[in-house]
Design a protein around this ligand. Sequence first.
Ligand code: FEO
Length: 423
Amino acid sequence: MRHIKENPFDLNEESLFLSQNILGMKQNLSIQNNIYYVGVNDRRKPLFENMWTLPYGVSYNSYLIVDDDTVTLVDTVDVAFFEEFMKKIHSIIGDRKIDYLIINHMEPDHSGSFGLFHHFYPDIVVVGNKLTFGMVEGYYGTFGKRHLVTDGDILDLGHHKLHFVMTPMIHWPETMMTYDENSGMLFSGDAFGAFGALNGGFVDSHIDLSYFDDEMTRYYAAIVGKYGSPVQRALEKLRNVDIKMICSTHGPVWSGENVSRIVGKYDRMSRYDTDKGAVIAYATMYGHTEEMAEAIAAELVAKGVNPVKMYDVTRTDSSYILRDIFKYKGLILGCPTYCGQIYPDMEALMEKISVREIKNHYLGFFGSFTWAGAAVRRISKWTEGVKMELIGPPVEMKQAMDDKDEEKAMLLADEMSDHLNSI
Ligand code: FEO
């Protein structure tokens, strides 16, 4: 039975907490040109999408454009932070009404506050595309005023003129970006986003950026990585746009030289372009398969491959392994046979590699068994559907590594290092 979503909050004037308790916020939320940051930091959620670990937290970014005669909000935040979100908005505009809510992306980490927000601003005009409105109704029930936009449409706010760019599949089908020609700020949705909370500020030049480079790669690998072609199409649309700042829904506001650096990084990642280096992802139960992984790693390093990243798939959140697969061209997988199958955690990683259609890599693999081998045969079958260049014959080890096994592993490592050293 479908839920009844009409007025789900049943609030009345007395229950509205937006009164005295939200007037105390003193943070400077200005970015520039009467555009403000009203996003929030989440340092409590353990897993993003209930899947990806968040050692540095994550931010849900939202922006407020205050023009002479109009106020426009770009995206909302996770509903768990609704009160803080409203405090920030109220500290900037007080009781002034908000005219437009632009929804660049409907995933609930950004649209989650829509229902409550719409209750407080029932006359707001929701700006989105056809797919946006269908999702709003599906998630939050019917709503009031709407302004439908298509690719290239412009919304004139007064000083600010917003251009809408449809960028489907970054990372949902309804996703779009909004570009303000007055400020040169691009509100990019998830694109150019990163895991990691914002510590004490929001513009890149004012905050510690030490973890954001890797956290952007990890975010891309986990969240956007399947959609390399849509990212390329979006970058093509943005090619001649004079972007002065990138305002993503996650991570810092990027400015100055970081704008072209971040766009270039996305371009490389979405083309599966990588650096010299290798990832060895392995599973092991009693250390025998790991011993072969260690031997291969030592040979790669001896032959000049650097870095070599080793990950036990059982002990490492797969987003870190995927992150480094998006960074380095060499990939070697190894695992034991388990119940006549591929070791389960390795199979899960292989599925994630397939889903992301990761290509342009050199791929080698090895496996082990005690009485009946299956891992190598099954990994070999999997490689038929993967667009990577296979390196060397796979190595299959029975029980523990003997001299012959080690020789074969060295051949695999040498062939991988020859290929990597030639790029
Ligand atoms: Fe941050 Fe696709 O949502």
